[in-house]
Design a binder for this molecule. Structure first.
Ligand SMILES: NC(=O)c1ccc[n+]([C@@H]2O[C@H](COP(=O)([O-])OP(=O)(O)OC[C@H]3O[C@@H](n4cnc5c(N)ncnc54)[C@H](O)[C@@H]3O)[C@@H](O)[C@H]2O)c1
Length: 432
């Protein structure tokens, strides 16, 4: 049974920078009829139901009970006090003419004081930060913010999507193992608990679904997965799948499907937004690198296809280059092998826009996590892997990265929720 989405859905965003403001401004612009929600599967996508001959292909939003854009309200936290209009102007993603048209809506959205520690994001300095003796005290302060936001905005339900900066690389350790060890760590200010985990803990404790758009661990530790299960809260992560990795997970399954070999895949980027500046620090870049590198291995399965992929050399680089701002350029050089091992090359030059690709992902995650919550789904939502570079998977399972497998899983989950037949594309009509 899926509960009806009545009343308002509050979308809480820790980190109100380029991605978050592009998302909020975009939803408001769409609501005013100024544009279309391009890139959002929940708003634009269709779903085939039953046999092909039945011709049933409704839009996803007309098929299943999703929160509507008109019922969304926005809030969040940042280390800078700028309201969403000012932050969007600073991010330089959307043009000023559009932003001016929706200025009155955007200036009203002001961040709450952040839980932040420079140790975890070395390139940032901010003063709009909460004070607290322990990390547990800070988590409690966030929970108070959540309650206040819900009451002030008369929300029926909330979701939280981490859009904050990428934190330094932290490996899973003892403190992350159980709910008890994690709570002890919060009280004792354990260094392996960065701010993003404090937000995730506060959300899950409050029964608020949580998604992590950055590559840092955040809710991807056993203690928080257990807490999410215990409290009946859906969660998902990590790292929005946007530019180069999106292309990789579209292209690699195709090359593998034709049993073409791959010898090397070199990916490099230039970008000049604040995210690029944060990733210019080696400790923060390491977190991103780990998230980006896992993708090919899982898709190509070199252990099963040693002749094709055993020696694959995969390299990923990100270069901070201020003149480009958010308009990133990503180059890929792929050395492939064909019949009788003859070499060929593919070059991709993707002139993309980081936050333009990420904003619809924030929207879909907010909408689908809210659906999951109303359908009593809890813990890791693997059907939302479609949106992540480094999807969280259940313990002992490999995440799947192939975007077409991910989409099939997402749509079949929606069909299942509505009691429709799952689609396997296995119509044995050649026996008819
Ligand atoms: N844009 C994309 O295509 C894309 C893709 C995948 C992942 N991401 C990730 O999404 C995140 C946001 O990207 P962005 O381009 O908006 O970056 P951004 O630098 O413009 O915005 C991040 C914001 O988070 C704030 N912040 C940092 N730590 C915080 C904390 N502890 N609490 C509250 N606020 C905090 C910063 O002040 C900043 O305003 C980054 O982690 C990035 O790696 C972005």
């Amino acid at each position: 049974m899926i509960k009806k989405p009545k009343g308002k859905l509050g979308v809480l965003l820790p980190g109100m920078g380029a991605v978050a403001t592009t998302f909020i401004a975009g939803v408001i612009a769409v609501r005013k009829g100024l544009s279309h929600p391009i890139g959002s599967l929940s708003q634009m996508g269709t779903i085939r139901l039953g046999k092909r001959t039945e011709n049933r292909n409704p839009k996803i939003k007309d098929f299943i009970e999703l929160a509507q854009l008109k019922d969304m309200v926005f809030g969040g936290w940042d280390i800078f006090e700028d309201n969403v209009y000012e932050a969007a102007i600073h991010a330089e993603v959307l043009d000023k003419t559009l932003l001016k048209k929706i200025k009155s809506d955007l200036v009203k959205i002001k961040p709450m004081k952040a839980v932040f520690d420079k140790k975890y994001v070395k390139k940032l300095e901010g003063s709009y930060v909460k004070k607290g003796k322990t990390k547990m005290a800070l988590a409690n302060a966030l929970m108070k913010d959540i309650d206040k936001f819900k009451k002030d905005n008369k929300c029926d339900r909330l979701v939280m999507v981490w859009c904050g900066s990428t934190e330094i690389y932290i490996k899973e350790s003892e403190v992350h193992k159980t709910i008890e060890s994690f709570e002890k760590g919060l009280k004792e200010n354990h260094p392996d608990i960065p701010p993003s985990m404090i937000y995730a803990y506060a959300a899950i404790k409050k029964g608020v679904p949580y998604a992590n758009g950055a590559p840092n661990l955040s809710c991807d530790v056993p203690a928080l997965v257990k807490l999410a299960k215990k409290n009946g809260v859906p969660i998902g992560g990590k790292d929005f799948k946007t530019g180069q990795t999106l292309m990789k997970t579209i292209l690699a399954p195709g090359l593998k499907a034709r049993s073409l070999g791959i010898e090397g895949w070199f990916s490099t980027n230039i970008l000049g937004n604040r995210d690029g500046e944060v990733l210019d620090d080696p400790d923060n870049f390491k977190t991103k690198e780990v998230s980006k590198l896992g993708v090919l291995e899982e898709i190509l399965e070199p252990e099963k296809h040693p002749e094709l992929y055993k020696d694959l050399y995969h390299k990923v680089r990100i270069n901070y280059y201020p003149p480009r701002g958010d308009a990133k350029e990503g180059w890929d050089n792929i050395d492939i092998r064909g019949w009788l091992n003859y070499p060929m090359q593919i070059k991709i030059d993707f002139l993309c826009r980081d936050s333009i690709l990420a904003a619809p992902i924030v929207l879909d995650l907010a909408i689908f996590l809210d659906l999951a919550n109303r359908a009593d789904m809890k813990g890791i939502q693997e059907w939302l892997s479609f949106y992540f570079k480094s999807p969280q998977a259940k313990k002992g399972l490999q995440p799947f990265h192939d975007i077409f497998v991910q989409m099939m899983k997402l749509k079949n989950t929606l069909r299942h929720l509505k009691g429709e037949d799952l689609i396997t594309h296995l119509g044995l009509d050649y026996y008819d």
